[in-house]
Design a protein around this ligand. Structure first.
Ligand SMILES: [Zn+2]
Length: 234
């Protein structure tokens, strides 16, 4: 099995080419059993090596030659409270940040809003970066959702694995751009609750098909080979 840290680094680098990130803003993590790998603080993704990736346990302690991202708390709290979450991505992508600065939920202007689990994408209340208050606000906005905005800050998504988390982040930034463009032209016509309920129902069947090939046959995101590797890394 490939080193999960290599997969984490490859996805982190892809964040830049997908215009999700510039510089060292943003962060990414991957669950491995009872622990998770997370991008380190203040290090350009281009220069990252596997040994630069710290591993953290759910009690918030870490091992490795680099310190974890200062925004590790909402990663840890998502893994601790949501067993289906296998990867978490946070970015300061331009359209998501612009909408997050309005501190408004994104309404159902497009049916793909439902991909995130509901009929809106919530904007979490503001709290300073890295704080327990920000993590609490983020988890509240993420309730029954796979993504949210963080007020005056950026976006946050949680997927069953890195591929899904990355796809969700690209989709959320895309929706933010589309909503922004629509608002330039006028007031969008929003989908009704009934219309969004029908889309959510369709996506539920779609999700069940996808779950057949998802890692963790029991619906959790854990991977036993990943776990043994993370324990060796510690
Ligand atoms: Zn941030």
């Amino acid at each position: 099995m490939p080193d999960p840290r290599a997969e984490l680094i490859a996805t982190a680098r892809a964040m830049r080419s997908a215009a999700l990130n510039r510089g060292t803003a943003g962060n990414l993590s991957l669950r491995c059993g009872e622990a998770f790998y997370i991008t380190p603080t203040g290090l350009a993704y281009d220069s990252l090596q596997a040994e630069d990736i710290p591993v953290m346990t759910l009690d918030g302690s870490h091992q490795g030659r680099r310190k974890p991202s200062s925004e590790w708390r909402f990663h840890r709290d998502l893994y601790a409270s949501r067993p289906e979450v296998g990867a978490v991505l946070h970015a300061h992508s331009p359209f998501a940040v612009s909408l997050a600065c309005l501190r408004q939920d994104i309404p159902p202007f497009h049916y793909m809003i439902a991909r995130f689990g509901g009929d809106t994408i919530r904007c979490a209340e503001y709290a300073i970066f890295g704080s327990p208050a920000l993590s609490a606000a983020a988890l509240a906005a993420m309730r029954d959702r796979k993504g949210c905005l963080l007020a005056n800050h950026g976006l946050l998504v949680a997927g069953r694995d890195l591929a899904e988390a990355f796809a969700l982040a690209v989709e959320l930034e895309e929706l933010c751009e589309q909503y922004w463009r629509t608002c330039q032209l006028g007031r969008p016509v929003l989908l009704s609750s009934a219309e969004m309920a029908a889309v959510l129902e369709e996506f539920r069947h779609y999700g069940q098909q996808a779950a057949v090939v998802a890692p963790g046959q029991d619906g959790t995101a854990q991977d036993s080979s990943c776990r043994s590797r993370s324990m060796r890394a510690m």
